[in-house]
Design a protein around this ligand. Structure first.
Ligand SMILES: [Zn+2]
Length: 120
């Protein structure tokens, strides 16, 4: 189990949580975080196979837990979800999806033709 260093900074907004890592940034929508809530009742619901709906939940507070996690409070009363840095990083990766490269290799740009010496 690898140790994930805490983010350099945490920016909390009602609709999202932005984490600045040493090697990048994760922007996590509140609904995604809520759907991934790790509190006891949500864990139980998942074990029963019930879907946990992120819905329109918004973030109220984010409290560091030791050096390994963040406790998130939502406006719908869920406030016991502990999100280890590792889980937050993985959420960020899945939220952004696979990195898309610019498909077209713009090696050839048609601009000015090389000026050739004018023939007489
Ligand atoms: Zn919950």
């Amino acid at each position: 189990m690898s140790i994930v260093a805490p983010p350099l900074s945490i920016a909390l907004a009602p609709g999202s949580l932005t984490l600045q890592w040493s090697d990048g940034t994760s922007m996590l929508p509140a609904a995604l975080l809520r759907a991934s809530c790790r509190c006891a009742s949500c864990q139980t619901a998942r074990l029963r196979g019930e879907a946990v709906d992120g819905g329109a939940a918004t973030l109220v507070d984010a409290l560091p837990v030791g050096h390994y996690a963040l406790q998130l409070r939502f406006d719908d009363g869920h406030e016991r979800g502990i999100y280890p840095w590792q889980a937050l990083r993985e959420l960020g990766v899945s939220a952004q999806g696979p990195s898309t490269r610019s498909a077209a290799a713009k090696g050839v740009e048609r601009g000015q033709a090389p000026a050739s010496a004018d023939d007489p």
